[in-house]
Design a protein around this ligand. Structure first.
Ligand code: K1U
Ligand code: ZN
Length: 165
């Protein structure tokens, strides 16, 4: 399987807002397969199209311990229905940086499956948090944007000094 290069912050392509998927074709299914393979190879629990320079609304996630429960969501829309919780996040586009972000612990998702069929689901815990993180990517938002400007400044300075971290 071919792995896709993952864009690294501060690449400006991470700030592009992804557009709606209109064609549910073989090309889209191939892209989702490549994204899943790339996510597993990078030991991630999620990946958004934006991170691999594919600017359509497509995300993949798998928060299972055995790495055997992949979920592919096309044109996902989320409704926050839970309580706000703080949890530790990381990002494959900002390696070596982890911090606490506040998000809803429960969401309703309305999306399309890879074949274009309608998909409605409820998610909680890590799955809900990961899906919110990936949907942010589709809007050009990084988890560090949810931190204070002082924290973000410190992270960006650290990355400038040691970009490989
Ligand atoms: O979108 C990404 O960059 C993937 C990211 C997803 C994510 C991790 C943590 C919270 C929300 C979303 C990762 O998979 S980072 C690497 C990772 O596996 C991880 C890091 C911290 C906690 C759990 C997993
Ligand atoms: Zn990320």
């Amino acid at each position: 399987m071919q792995y896709l290069p993952i864009l690294q912050h501060p690449d400006s392509r991470l700030r592009v807002k992804a557009t709606t998927v209109e064609s549910f074709d073989k090309e889209l299914a191939n892209q989702a397969d490549k994204m899943l393979a790339t996510m597993y190879d990078a030991n991630g629990i999620g990946l958004a199209g934006t991170q691999v320079d594919f600017h359509r609304r497509l995300i993949v996630v798998d928060v299972s311990e055995n790495r055997d429960a992949p979920i592919t969501l096309v044109n996902p829309e989320i409704l926050l229905i839970g309580e706000t919780v703080s949890s530790e996040e990381g990002c494959l586009s900002i390696p070596g940086v982890h911090d606490t972000v506040k998000r809803s612990d429960r969401i309703n998702i309305s999306a399309k499956s890879i074949d274009g069929s309608k998909l409605e689901m409820e998610a909680e815990g890590m799955l809900a948090i990961c899906i919110q993180h990936e949907c942010d990517h589709l809007d050009g938002i990084l988890f560090i944007d949810h931190l204070s400007s002082l924290k973000r400044k410190r992270i960006n300075e650290k990355l400038k000094k040691a970009p490989e971290l």
